[in-house]
Ligand binder design. Structure first.
Ligand code: FAD
Ligand code: MG
Length: 327
């Protein structure tokens, strides 16, 4: 009896002082890990993973019956009924597609498949193969009807892949869920798209030194998203080919090796990180200036680093790189 009372007391004290829980899982072809402290941390953790599993079933291009799978396998010019989350992400994606002059383009799945990135059987396609489908790999060939909740692709070569924006959305939704459960502090890492609830330090991966940090960010209730050429790539004849494609259908060669975006809206940060990777510093400047609330850290092949819309939260770890603060 005494032991039971003691156990109950310990559980009550733990809950009063705030519970802590961690979980890691493999979702979206990547690692998702969460650490939550305080409030209803356990409930929040389960709600987050349940939600993420639902999103995977709805948005994965590889799961038969998902919205994206059904769009990609539909007859051209035939509307496909989709859920609200798919409509929302396609609308956001199309907005950034237009704003970035086509640098952010989630309609390039058929090109990614030519390069073999989705299945891992990578190769360098012939130029004719790329040029043959390139004109159809555009969001101009994706018609979104929000009233009827349908999406229509105008060509069989037009295929969707929301991998450049969806993990940001998942991070936003995970943060919202944590807040709804009164969680005081959380680190929500959705395959490298991080949302920090409360305050803490986030390390940015080094784009050219595996397992090392490039810099540190002291953040509070904000998302940190990085796009780079160093995680999904292959080498052929001494050349590196990575998974972010430029409007010519080839991996982007903008001179940037990584772009980190820090801001409250992780969905937008995710899309912009990919867009700026493609555009590079010079062509991406206008886009970055359009978002003064977001901070951007761009790292170049020439071992230079630029900080745009600085918020005074960045500390460089690798001092062989030079930093410029772009006012
Ligand atoms: P980001 O820069 O954010 O995005 C790059 C990705 O977006 C590319 O991999 C490509 O898919 C696409 N892309 C390429 N060029 C552009 C461009 N110019 N504009 C916009 N988008 C572009 N991966 C697996 O290996 N196996 C899986 O089973 C799997 N399932 C997934 C399920 C879902 C629901 C989602 C959203 C993604 C899934 N992925 C899967 C993809 C994976 O999780 C990553 O999203 C992807 O590899 C790249 O993410 P990133 O953050 O590294 O790069
Ligand atoms: Mg992205």
């Amino acid at each position: 009896m005494k032991k039971t009372a003691l156990l109950i007391l310990i559980v009550c004290l733990m809950c009063l002082s705030g519970c802590t829980t961690e979980k890691q899982s493999f979702l979206f072809g990547t690692i998702v890990s969460v650490r939550l402290e305080g409030g209803k941390a356990y409930k929040a953790r389960d709600a987050i993973f349940g939600m993420l599993e639902d999103y995977e079933r709805t948005l994965s291009p590889d799961i038969e019956g998902s919205d994206v799978y059904r769009i990609n396998h539909s007859e051209a010019n035939t509307p496909v009924q989709v859920s609200d989350v798919t409509l929302f992400l396609l609308r956001e994606a199309k907005r950034v597609f237009v704003e970035s002059g086509g640098a952010f383009n989630p309609a390039m799945r058929a090109l990614s498949e030519l390069w073999g990135f989705p299945g891992g059987l990578t190769r360098v396609p012939a130029k004719e193969e790329i040029d043959g489908i390139l004109p159809y790999c555009s969001m101009d060939y994706v018609v979104i009807d929000e009233v009827k909740s349908v999406v229509t692709r105008l060509s069989e070569y037009t295929k969707i892949d929301l991998g450049g924006i969806a993990k940001g959305y998942f991070a936003d939704k995970s943060y919202e869920t944590a807040c709804e459960h009164g969680v005081g502090r959380a680190v929500l890492n959705i395959g490298g798209n991080i949302y920090m609830a409360g305050s803490g330090t986030i390390a940015i991966s080094h784009p050219r030194a595996d397992g090392e940090f490039f810099g540190l960010l002291r953040v509070s209730d904000v998302s940190v998203v990085t796009s780079g050429d160093y995680e999904r790539y292959f080498e052929a004849e001494g050349k590196r080919y990575h998974h972010i494609l430029a409007p010519d259908g080839y991996p982007s060669r903008s001179g940037l090796v990584s772009v980190t975006v820090i801001g409250k809206n992780s969905t937008v940060c995710d899309a912009l990180a990919t867009a700026v990777m493609v555009l590079g510093e010079e062509c991406g400047e206008e886009l970055m200036r359009n978002y003064p609330d977001l901070m951007f850290i761009t790292v170049s092949e020439q071992k230079t680093c630029s900080v745009w819309n600085d918020k005074g939260i960045f500390e460089l770890s690798d001092e062989s790189y030079s930093v410029t603060y772009r006012k």
